[in-house]
Write a protein that binds this ligand. Structure first.
Ligand code: GDP
Length: 320
């Protein structure tokens, strides 16, 4: 028996990282999670697997810490999911967002190049790169027009990944993932904010739900489906970039209608638009064309929009 496959995940304490760790453990991988030192690290999302994974302290801002982790653990695959990932925060901390979300990718790629250029590398790119969309639906060839410092930083991360593939022949893939949610997504993002808020109102624990732009449209999927696509990209014969999306678009308003409706409530009685949740520039319409991922990776989502909102509402009811 050879050494089991080893995967390093940055951002393992986040939504995507925790589901990817679950998935890779099921596949028989040894999983290393890179975590930034902090006096209050939040391990909630990986508590159920904490005794099956190895935590390594490192930081996307610290080049040597990444080199050291790769030298010590010698992973076969690296999944770079760590980032400052909340769009509104990126206007408040644009420089820090660039350090983590943009230059952090270069530091990861440099570490791979120096320690072991055979490592397969996954970069978490984002549909926010399409921003003010140039065509609909968006695919791998659609030009980017990011609308936030976060989107701008992700465009850099995408192109530096492509560049290291072309410059050094690294097996580096960029997955352009559209919005995806799950019961593990932070409550600041619109889907859990709405389903959690609707359940609170149903239970009499809140009377209103304050939201921003109700007309924004997103292509929304289920996170466990999306982390499977990340893994599939690294199992191919050649590195490439892929859009991962449901192919449907729904407005924030529709999510409200459905979530409140599933609880027997009329959303219009409770949702209030609060200007503090409006953005200096927003992304109006995202809808992805994942036909390449379906064709080449054999990827298929398992949950449609209605089933996903139902799952979110049920999870919030259960947690309450
Ligand atoms: P994003 O696509 O990564 O920015 O994901 P979000 O879940 O943060 O936001 C998705 C869309 O929902 C954006 O276009 C927001 O303008 C819109 N939106 C409307 N109300 C809210 C809100 O209260 N919170 C958040 N996060 N987004 C909202």
């Amino acid at each position: 028996m050879g050494r089991p496959k080893v995967a390093l995940i940055t951002g393992i304490t986040g939504q995507d990282g925790s589901y990817l760790a679950d998935f890779l453990l099921d596949q028989g991988y040894e999983v290393i999670g890179m975590v930034r030192r902090s006096s209050t690290v939040n391990f909630d999302r990986i508590r159920h697997i904490q005794d099956r994974i190895t935590i390594a302290q490192g930081d996307l801002l610290d080049q040597m810490s990444i080199v050291d982790i790769l030298r010590e653990h010698r992973p076969h695959e690296v999944y770079n999911l760590a980032a400052q990932s909340f769009v509104p925060t990126s206007w408040k901390q644009p420089v820090l967002t660039g350090e983590f979300t943009a230059l952090g990718v270069t530091r990861m790629l440099e570490a791979v190049r120096i320690v072991d250029p055979e490592i397969r590398f996954y970069q978490a790119s984002s549909s926010e790169m399409f921003g003010k969309v140039k065509q609909t639906p968006q695919n791998e060839d659609t030009p980017f027009h990011p609308r936030s410092p976060y989107g701008v930083a992700k465009v850099y991360g995408h192109y530096i990944t492509v560049n290291y593939r072309e410059s050094y022949g690294l097996f580096a893939c960029s997955g352009i993932l559209f919005n995806h949610t799950s019961p593990r997504q932070g409550l600041e993002f619109f889907t859990p904010k709405i389903t959690h808020g609707a359940v609170q109102i149903k239970r009499g624990q809140a009377s209103k739900l304050y939201l921003g732009n109700l007309d924004a449209r997103r292509d929304l999927g289920y996170t466990p489906d999306y982390v499977r696509a990340m893994w599939l990209m690294l199992q191919q014969d050649h590195p490439d970039d892929y859009v991962v999306a449901s192919g449907e678009t729904h407005s924030v308003r529709e999510v409200c209608q459905l979530a409140f409706g599933q609880l027997g409530l009329n959303w219009e009685d409770y949702v209030v638009v609060d200007p503090q949740f409006l953005r200096p520039a927003d992304v109006d319409l995202l809808v992805g064309d994942a036909s390449k991922a379906r064709r080449v990776l054999g990827w298929e989502p398992t949950l449609n929009f209605e089933a996903l909102i139902h799952l979110m509402v049920q999870a919030n009811l259960k947690a309450a």
